[in-house]
Ligand binder design. Structure first.
Ligand code: F6P
Length: 341
């Protein structure tokens, strides 16, 4: 059996740990050969490959990024894209595919399996917003980085009696903001699921000053004011139709300054949350996902994805992950609100 492996979408700490586990178990225990597809779906679409065997995966467990490269190429938008992928796989002698990615990448994997191409999926996103899995790897790393940033912002905010805003990733779901804001003791957390009332945010900020602390606002990039639109960087869309986010932090700072007369500044964590070495939790989760994904290939469980449920790794249909996003439930946000203001 010759198995193709690709990583698609935004990168995520732990991708290399998955690739390593897939290859190590596949070569050693199942006698498989591997082909690395470069840069997400661009690889099988354009026949861009790299050698992928045990020598290539040596030492990559703690490395951030992905040795295969990634992209947001969407073959469904390319004329005859799915058929080109099938032809390229046939001519490269690739029998099956392991697709490691988020909603978009796994959506394409679903379309490919429907078109008769044997594929299994591994869920990935720092946003933790894929359904059917309790956690995705990369999320714990992103939360750890954001929490450390918030810890650091506290001390400097207090020295200068300023409002400091920390903008974190989270397009449709506020998991990173919720977890890092709770862990870092932010006094306001704003998430996409709950449009915010600016007057209320200002009141929470003022109340923190009254108790002689400096306010830290943790805001997800996809959070939006109750009256108004999503604040975005520009209006261009990627191949999957996503607009570039970021800007809500700056907007909030100007609004808060105007209303309180106190200085407000914003730190945008951006891609720092996605770079660098994965936490131990993410390394273990990614490794277990990799081992189970190649076992799914061995069992010919096409159209499935590995998922974490409780402490078990299970197989679920690919559609279960991509059908609806896993957003923050109201009761989880309520818990965090106990510390606002
Ligand atoms: O999809 C994960 C994510 O991290 C989102 O939170 C964020 O909006 C997006 O990727 C940004 O990705 P990029 O800058 O690579 O387009």
């Amino acid at each position: 059996m010759r198995v193709g492996v690709l990583t698609g979408g935004g990168d995520c700490p732990g991708l290399n740990a998955v690739i390593r586990a897939v290859v190590r178990r596949g070569v050693t225990d199942y006698g498989y050969e591997f082909v690395g597809f470069r840069d997400g779906w661009k690889g099988p679409l354009e026949g861009l490959t790299m050698e992928l065997g045990i020598p290539q995966v040596r030492g990559i467990l703690p490395r951030g990024g992905t040795i295969l490269g990634s992209s947001r190429t969407n073959p469904i938008k390319v004329d005859g894209g799915i058929d080109t992928i099938k032809d390229n796989m046939r001519s490269l002698g690739v029998d099956a595919l392991v697709a490691i990615g988020g909603e978009d990448t796994l959506g394409v994997a679903t379309a490919l399996t429907d078109a008769g191409l044997p594929a299994v999926g591994v869920p990935k996103t720092i946003d933790n917003d894929l359904s059917a899995t309790d956690f995705t790897f990369g999320f714990d790393t992103a939360v750890t980085i954001a929490t450390e940033a918030i810890d650091r912002l506290h001390t400097t905010a207090e020295s200068h009696h300023r409002i400091l805003i920390c903008e974190v990733m989270g397009r449709h779901a506020g998991w990173i903001a919720l977890h890092s804001g709770m862990a870092g003791g932010a006094n306001v957390i704003l998430i996409p699921e709950v449009p915010f009332d600016l007057d209320q945010v200002v009141e929470w900020v003022e109340s923190r000053f009254r108790s002689h602390y400096a306010p830290i606002v943790c805001v997800a990039e996809g959070a939006l004011p109750r009256e108004g639109d999503l604040v975005t960087k520009d209006a261009t869309l990627d191949a999957f139709g996503h607009v570039k986010l970021s800007g809500i932090g700056e907007w909030l700072a100007s609004q808060i300054e105007e209303r309180t007369g106190k200085e407000a500044r914003t730190t945008v964590l951006g891609h720092v949350q996605r770079g660098g070495t994965p936490t131990a939790f993410d390394r273990v989760l990614a490794t277990r996902f990799g081992l189970n994904a190649i076992a799914a290939v061995k069992d010919e469980a096409w159209g499935t994805m590995v998922a974490l449920q409780g402490t078990d790794i299970v197989r679920v249909p690919l559609q279960a992950a991509t059908g609806t996003l896993k957003t923050v439930p109201a009761e989880r946000y309520e818990e965090a609100m106990a510390f606002f203001g």
